[in-house]
Write a protein of this length. Structure first.
Length: 746
């Protein structure tokens, strides 16, 4: 059964409880294997089996509980469809807010002026209260309509959310005032301005919150904005401009200087310098010539290019990056669990506290109105939104900061756990070094009768069937020298040792010295040369005919320019750095000495790498593994966090938890710094959210009333101030998350 993943925009949510409600509803469906709704990004991430449950069923169930999904039909641009839907939603909310201001502002001014005796006796005439009703009603039932609808749908589904609190709080004030106005025998002050201003203030707060939340998703918008809408392709010898969605594999695409490349491909004509900062975070352009790869979303420099499209649509590197960032932002970090547990009982608890507050004060004072005001203040000051936004907004900002620097966290769990790492294990070839070894020495044994070129030709002929980087380097070097290579027969790779094949009538083996050390055919002079070259950090390979050593070839793999600095930064972050390699101990130690790693594990066979990582973990150490090859995939999977070099193999990238699209090792300390700063921000947000509710709910309930040293507005917190405080709490949490974009990770 094939599983599919979808990441779709959700509309109609007002707080974290809404997101939890949708998550529960979708998770209960047969065929859904995983579901999570991110309140901050307003997206649903769902894994499901199409043969059991359809997308239509998922959408239908979500609509039943009062929310909606933005589903993009084939041929439509998801960005455009979502933008239109979001714009329509914000326009509707803005219209309702404007109506709220138009009616609530004069109501508030006249009512307060009357209360403070600032206007004449006419304001106490009976018709004024009816005028207040006229002003309050549109606010209550038009501006506040969404809260009533949301409350009804949630209560119908036996859940609660912020809408329930707002609808309850404002309705108490409105309908109490209405009762004073229309029921004979009742007399007292009306509070129409309270209900109207509460709704208008909260609507204003939600609009500000939406705008601020949108900034936390700025990285995604930037990435999406990198995709051109059209491309120039060659058809029958002529250029034709077509929508990017119509570009097909094999099309010849033309790019002029300054244009953004629309899809991935291979250059067939021209040369230029490409700005790949969207991939790597590096500002320097990269020179490109014929047969080089180009990536969609990057910017062409000064040259005219023609390239063949090799990946289009959702298969392009940029589309995959956008998908990874969206999935990371949509996934749930473990640290969010506490906030989720609190949010699940938050609204019922607040309603209970509000009712108890009313009962206690009515019992103490015998006065209905002040007790009611305190109850309303409790209902509207409580803020489940701040709790719901604390973690996901920081995750969105953290993953966005990573994406801007060429660091892709595949899941928010990886973003969180990277902060806890104590050890980094580095593969050598392709990670610390360039991964492109070059032949340095080719020395025949004295009794072999071979010249250096003949030795090289035999070794290269055997390696023609190998995919190993060293083998490829030897073959390339021999071909560049114009040597004629034979076709090997019965080629066989011996994992961790080398390769063997038949050339002519003889069996040759070519591999690591330890493969031949127990054999009598190893001349002393060759043995000395092996140690000499290994001490210099070179990898030495031995060629043997049957059991007779014919000579040695040494290759050297240069360090990546940033390796030493990256390891220095990892040490500065308090991590132990271990190098893991299949090379011999002497070569490994030579490389380790240059970059100053703490420990070296050499001569480790591919299948042993994951076991080494597991052994480190058994010492209760959280381990991050960095690699780029197929042989690194098991170790990447075993590690607590797998860092895949983005220039490596697809298998390594698929297995890793964090992808370094720049291919640079300096991305590791940057990723850890981003992780640690993100977790610190989440903890600050949770502190703000919890402390806000823990302190201000009791204040609204009147806990400070007996203490004269506190100002009157705190001793008798008015519901309007409570509504303002609620709006500020959510905005403060989101604003704190936005600081991550300016965090220094150098």
């Amino acid at each position: 059964m094939n599983e599919q993943s979808l990441n779709l925009p959700v509309t109609g949510m007002s707080c974290a409880n809404c997101a939890a409600n949708i998550t529960r509803t979708v998770s209960k469906l047969d065929g859904v294997t995983d579901a999570n709704v991110n309140f901050a990004s307003e997206r649903l991430l769902v894994d499901y089996i199409p043969s059991i449950v359809s997308l239509d069923t998922i959408v239908s169930e979500i609509r039943k509980i009062g929310f909606d999904l933005i589903v993009v039909d084939e041929g439509q641009d998801e960005k455009d469809v979502e933008e239109i839907a979001r714009h329509a939603e914000i326009k509707d909310q803005m219209q309702k807010f404007i109506v709220g201001v138009v009616f609530a502002l004069p109501l508030f001014i006249i009512s307060m002026s009357r209360d403070f005796g600032l206007i004449g006796s006419w304001s106490h005439a009976p018709w004024v209260n009816w005028f207040f009703l006229f002003l309050a009603t549109p606010v209550q039932f038009y501006t506040g309509l969404d809260y009533y609808i949301g409350a009804y749908k949630n209560l119908r589904n036996k859940t609660t959310n912020m809408d329930v609190l707002i609808a309850l709080g404002s309705s108490v004030a409105y309908f109490y005032s209405l009762a004073i106005l229309v029921l004979p025998g009742l007399d007292g002050h009306v509070y129409f301005e309270t209900s109207a201003v509460i709704i208008t203030l909260i609507k204003f707060g939600k609009l500000l919150e939406a705008r601020t939340k949108g900034k936390t998703g700025g990285a995604i918008k930037k990435l999406i904005g990198l995709q051109p809408k059209t491309a120039f392709v060659m058809e029958n010898g002529e250029e034709k401009q077509i929508p990017i969605s119509m570009v097909k594999l094999g099309d010849i695409v033309v790019i002029r200087p300054g244009e953004r490349i629309p899809v991935d491909g291979v250059i067939i004509e021209g040369r230029s310098a490409i700005d790949e900062s969207m991939l790597s975070g590096e500002s320097l352009p990269v020179d490109k010539v014929k047969d080089d790869m180009v990536t969609g979303g990057t910017v062409n420099g000064e040259g005219l290019l023609k390239f063949e499209a090799t990946r289009v649509g959702k298969d392009t590197a940029l589309s995959q990056i956008i998908r990874l960032v969206q999935e990371a932002q949509g996934s749930k970090a473990p640290i969010q669990a506490l906030a989720d547990r609190v949010a699940a009982v938050f609204v019922p608890a607040v309603i209970g506290i509000a009712v108890i507050t009313f009962g206690i004060w009515w019992g103490i004072t015998g006065e209905f109105v002040p007790s009611m005001i305190r109850m309303v203040a409790v209902l509207v000051i409580a803020c489940p939104c701040a709790l719901g936004l604390a973690t996901p907004t920081a995750i969105m900002a953290g993953t966005g900061k990573g994406a801007e620097n060429g660091i892709l966290f595949k899941r928010s769990e990886a973003l969180e756990n990277a902060a806890k790492l104590e050890m980094i294990v580095l593969d050598k070839t392709g990670t610390i070094t360039m991964g492109k070894p070059t032949v340095v020495d080719q020395i025949p044994a004295e009794n072999s009768g071979l010249s250096s070129n003949e030795l090289l030709s035999l070794a290269a002929s055997i390696e023609k069937g190998s995919e190993h980087p060293i083998g490829k380097a030897i073959v390339t070097f021999a071909q560049e020298k114009g040597l004629v290579l034979k076709d090997p027969i019965n080629f066989k790779a011996h994992s961790g040792f080398g390769v063997a094949a038949q050339l002519g009538d003889s069996i040759f083996r070519f591999g690591k010295p330890r493969w031949f050390e127990q054999e009598s055919g190893m001349p002393d002079a060759i043995q000395e040369l092996i140690h000499k070259f290994q001490d210099k950090g070179r990898t030495v390979m031995v060629l043997a005919k049957d059991k007779d050593v014919q000579g040695i070839i040494s290759v050297s793999d240069v360090l990546k320019p940033e390796s030493k600095q990256a390891i220095k930064e990892l040490h500065a972050e308090g991590l132990k750095v271990v190098m893991l390699t299949g090379d011999n101990l002497q070569t490994a130690r030579a490389i380790a000495g240059e970059v100053d790693v703490d420990d070296v594990q050499a001569e480790v066979r591919p299948e042993e790498k994951s076991g080494k990582v597991k052994a480190f973990q058994q010492n209760t150490v959280l381990v991050g593994m960095v690699g780029d090859g197929i042989n690194d995939a098991p170790a990447l999977a075993q590690a607590d966090i797998g860092f895949a070099i983005g220039t490596g193999t697809d298998v390594a990238i698929e297995t890793g938890d964090v992808i370094l699209s720049s291919g640079k090792l300096t991305g590791i300390p940057k990723a850890i710094k981003i992780s640690r700063k993100t977790i610190a921000t989440i903890k600050q947000n949770l502190f703000l959210a919890f402390v806000y509710n823990i302190i201000l709910i009791p204040v609204a309930a009147g806990i400070l009333a007996p203490f004269d040293m506190f100002p009157e507005f705190l001793r008798q917190l008015h519901p309007i101030l409570a509504a303002l405080a609620m709006a500020i709490s959510s905005i403060s949490v989101v604003t704190n998350s936005l600081r991550l974009y300016n965090a220094d990770i150098r």
